[in-house]
Structure formats: C-alpha cells, structure tokens
Design a protein around this ligand. Structure first.
Ligand SMILES: Cc1cc2nc3c(=O)[nH]c(=O)nc-3n(C[C@H](O)[C@H](O)[C@H](O)COP(=O)(O)O)c2cc1C
Ligand code: SF4
Length: 398
C-alpha cells in the first residue's frame, strides 16, 4: 500500500504528482501582509522536497479577516508577488493550495478597519485584549452577507492568480468555526441554535466559493474533529458536519482538531507549547494572561503517531468525498496505514518543517524497502516561532 502515496492522484480534475500535501501552517515571512524572499524560499523548498501540493497558510478573505496585520489577504495588492510565486512552484512540479480563513471575533490586527472584530456574538476578544482591542462585536445579518461576499471575492482572486485548489478553514476556532460551535455561538436567529442553523454561514461560504470558481475547481475544507472543550463541537458533530459539507459539494475534508482559541494542544500533541509561547511573547500583559489562563487552555496531550486516525476513519466511512488525513503522520509505516484505511491524501505539518525533503526521502527509502521516519521530535517549539521576525521554522533542524 505504501507505493500508492507516491503515485499521482486526482482531486476534482487536478492531478497531483503524489498524495502528499503540505498542511496549512501560517508561515509568517510576510510583514504587513507582503510575502518576502523567505516566504518564497520556504515554499520552493517544499516543492523541491517533493510534495504534490503546498498550501499557503492562512490566506484571509479580507483585510479584517486577518488575526494579525502580518497575514496575507486575498486582494489585488498581492497579484504580482503571489502569481510569480505560484508560477515558480508550478515550474518545480508542485501544485498550490491556499488556506482561506477569516478570524471572526478573534483578532489582534493593528490595521483593523472596522471598530472591532466581529463574531457570532458580543464578547471579550481575548487575543486582542492586551493590545486595547477589548471586545468583539456581534455580526448583524448584513455583516454575515458581507463575510459571505468576502469568501466569494477572495475565491475569484485566488483562481485568477493561479491557485490550483482552495482549502476553506472550518476549524480551529476561527470565523466559520465560531458559528459552527455551540460554545461560541449563542445566537437566537437563523444562524444560531440547531446544527443546521449554526452551519448556515459555513455552507453559504462554501456555496459562494463554489459559485466563484465553478464546478471543476478543487475545494477542500479543514475541520476540527473535536474542539476539545465542554459545550463545544465533538467527534459525533464532526460526522454530521462532514456529511453536510460532503452533500454541499466539497471535494475533500482535512481532519484536524482542537481550537487555537480554547484548546490548541489537541491539534498538535507532544510537548506543551505554553512555556515557549510565554518566552516568545513580547507584550507584557499577554505574558501575564498566558501565565494566568494558559494552564487551563494548554493541556497536556502526549504525542501518539496518527493521533486522529480512529476518529478520522469514522468520517472516512460516513462521506464519499476525498479524505485528507492530518495529525502525526511521520513515517512510512503510517503513510501505508493511511492508504490502507482509505485516505486519499496526507497532509504534513511539522514533518516538513523539520525536513522539507521528507517526501523525497520517504520515497527513496520505500524504493529500497527501508524504513523512513521524520526527524521531528514533536517538541512544538516551531509553533512558538509563529510571530518570529523570520517566520516559522524548526528550532532543531534548520
Ligand atoms: C508552526 C505551525 C503553524 C501552523 N499554522 C496553521 C495554520 O495557519 N492553519 C492551520 O489550519 N493549521 C496550522 N497548523 C496546524 C497544522 O496544519 C497541522 O494541522 C498540525 O501541525 C498537525 O499536523 P502534523 O502532525 O503533520 O504537524 C500549524 C502548525 C504548525 C506546526
Ligand atoms: S521545532 Fe522541529 S522538531 Fe520541534 S516540533 Fe517543530 S518541526 Fe518538530
């Protein structure tokens, strides 16, 4: 089964040279939203290292959809730099996906045009609090229409600059997920309450993206199999959500978990990132907040290879779209197991940060019937480099 993941594969008409996709990892390397040379070098290294498709992490649908001002947003200002990069990646034989996201009410974007970030309901903006952005406003019905339009317009732009695929972020506690989760959505109108109502905005966003790009363009979605918080979304909800997205015409589902806002460690497993984050944080008030609320938010989840496999398999059985596994896939035995379990593609995050040529190395080992294992030790120190001036990097092997 291992050879299957090194063979070319189709994703709604798009041919990938193998079944490995670099997971969305907000790269940084884009001060004030402008990708620099390090940004291009990072993705070129992924292409040269053999991935079938790389993902440009966190492409905000609009300027106010950014968590911070250093994120890209999908607008004309990016056309020259992004279309050049995509051309270079294509020339290197790699397809390019863009992870489409919106922060909703979770933002510390110093360039925010609106008075406050907006989410499903009024509340405290924990992320922005130390920077004086204390609150999140409740989105009106007009705001919801505007957000849907931003997904449409971003998709038109992304297709026009050469992206091969769009990955809509439905998880990790960001904008759409804030509506999906009963923990963060207490609305009393048609966008809150039942799962059908909480899915109304995410499904409208998907429909808007589909309308923008047409039927023959791959759209995948990243979901949280569980948010890992009481009162939030759990594994059974993920099955229902997956079925709804599948029925609405999504081409593939990426099976992540956790939330950046409430329980991030369930997404990563391994060494706790709280202390490295406190060390890296420059804002003194944020340091204090992390010290106070961090221990309840950053819980310990020991690393286990393929930590989402059991629950991702349940979803595999429930939907007919492509299934894209993410979470602790780091060796050839795991890749083979995923192929055997019926997954169509494998996303890799930390493994590729530690070894950008992971796919080439794994294939060379497979051809000689030798084992292969990534060097990543799941220390998660790379996560704390997310705001580093040079962007994300593996602290051990780069
Ligand atoms: C440094 C870093 C940044 C990340 N940024 C994002 C992101 O912007 N969007 C996202 O959906 N996931 C993000 N992730 C999570 C990964 O996409 C992936 O789900 C997670 O690392 C588990 O996969 P892995 O075991 O292959 O690393 C990030 C992970 C790392 C290590
Ligand atoms: S810093 Fe390097 S070794 Fe540690 S988790 Fe990140 S990629 Fe793996």
């Amino acid at each position: 089964m291992l050879t299957r993941c090194f063979e070319s594969a189709q994703l709604n008409g798009l041919t990938l040279k193998n079944r490995f996709i670099k997971a969305g990892t907000f790269e940084g390397k884009s001060p004030l939203g402008l990708p620099n040379d390090l940004y291009s070098q990072f993705h070129m290294a992924m292409a040269e290292g053999g991935v079938g498709m790389t993902t440009l992490g966190y492409c905000a649908t609009e300027a106010d959809g950014r968590i911070n001002e250093n994120m890209l947003y999908m607008d004309e200002y990016l056309r020259p730099s992004i279309s050049t990069l995509i051309e270079q990646l294509h020339a290197a034989g790699t397809k390019v996906s863009g992870q489409m996201g919106h922060c909703g009410g979770f933002s510390k974007n110093k360039q925010l045009k609106r008075k406050r970030p907006r989410g499903p309901q009024f509340g405290i903006n924990l992320l922005g609090f130390p920077y004086g952005m204390l609150f999140t406003d409740k989105m009106s019905l007009e705001d919801i229409d505007e957000m849907v339009q931003s997904y449409h317009d971003a998709a038109v732009f992304m297709q026009s600059v050469g992206f091969d695929c769009i990955e809509i972020h439905f998880g990790h506690g960001y904008g759409l997920c804030q509506f999906m989760s009963p923990k963060t959505n207490k609305r009393k109108d048609e966008y809150g309450g039942s799962l059908e109502n909480r899915m109304r905005l995410p499904l409208r966003a998907l429909a808007a993206v589909r309308k923008a790009v047409g039927d023959d363009f791959p759209i995948i979605g990243k979901i949280s199999l569980t948010e890992g918080v009481r009162g939030g979304l759990h594994y059974d909800d993920a099955i229902a959500i997956g079925k709804m997205l599948d029925a609405a015409g999504i081409d593939g589902l990426v099976t992540s978990g956790g939330t950046s806002t409430m329980n991030p460690m369930i997404m990563f497993r391994g060494d706790n990132i709280l202390q490295p984050l406190i060390k890296a944080e420059k804002n003194l008030l944020m340091k204090l907040i992390l010290r106070l609320v961090g221990p309840s938010m950053f819980r310990d989840y020991p690393y286990k290879e393929l930590y989402f496999l059991q629950q991702a398999k349940r979803l595999r059985e429930a939907v007919s779209c492509n299934m894209i596994y993410v979470g602790g896939a780091s060796c050839n035995d795991s890749f083979a197991e995923l192929m055997l379990a019926g997954f169509d593609f494998i996303q890799l995050g930390r493994g590729l940060l530690a070894d950008s040529d992971l796919v080439n190395l794994a294939q060379q080992a497979a051809e000689k019937s030798l084992p292969y294992k990534s060097r990543c030790v799941h220390c998660n120190e790379c996560v704390a480099t997310i705001e580093h001036v040079d962007g994300i990097h593996c602290t051990r092997f780069s």
